[in-house]
Design a protein around this ligand. Sequence first.
Ligand SMILES: CC(C)(COP(=O)(O)OP(=O)(O)OC[C@H]1O[C@@H](n2cnc3c(N)ncnc32)[C@H](O)[C@@H]1OP(=O)(O)O)[C@@H](O)C(=O)NCCC(=O)NCCS
Length: 213
Amino acid sequence: MPDEPLLPSTPPAPPRLETTRLVLRPFALTDATEVRRLAGEYAIADTTLTIPHPYPEGAAEAWIATHAPKFASGEQVNCAITLRDGGALLGAVGLTVLRPHARAALGYWIGVTFWGHGYCTEAARALVGYGFGVLGLERIEAEHFARNPASGRVMQKLGMRYEAALRARHFKWGRPEDDVVYSILRGEWPGGFERLGDRFDDGRSRGGELQPA
Ligand SMILES: CC(C)(COP(=O)(O)OP(=O)(O)OC[C@H]1O[C@@H](n2cnc3c(N)ncnc32)[C@H](O)[C@@H]1OP(=O)(O)O)[C@@H](O)C(=O)NCCC(=O)NCCS
């Protein structure tokens, strides 16, 4: 008997997911300038683990260049979060996948001027649906710095369950950070993407269609 989960093979192309207000699509090198402008804000680097500050020239291009090979190897799914209306880039959402354990870590950031409109929740909901529905994952987890409750609220709105508070879990800019861990299991996800809007809707984001490319 195999001791690793049988997952569907990695899809041939990264997803394009449409929600009521958003289109999640692969990043292109032409997004690099905007990625640097948005992710270059201090407030984005401050509560994330790997985003540098100041954001070096060329770093966005280098990051985007990793996406295709990491998708092909089944390690990562990275999506640009864009507005359906006009196509503006709002941020990023991604899954880092551990296929032998059928689990992934969810990560995201949204440009500061776009905070507080439910965009992160709407985007992450689509990608979590893709993770369970298309990648066949059993568990999706996420963690945030304890001093970043907005991110925790996103996890709660996704229907994730609080698991643990981990003290001094990471060092950020030379200082220890406490982390809070959330997760959701396949069996806890309502399934159909359309239904998610009903169950978790906060009144501002309303699900949408799951459209794997
Ligand atoms: C975390 C982040 C992605 C949220 O993006 P967003 O689009 O504003 O998120 P949403 O609008 O979907 O949801 C935010 C929720 O947090 C709540 N919130 C905001 N500030 C809060 C605070 N200080 N305490 C508690 N809740 C807070 C909002 O009210 C909202 O909840 P509500 O809908 O119940 O009112 C964004 O703040 C960000 O990019 N931060 C910097 C990068 C980062 O921290 N990434 C996550 C790393 S774990």
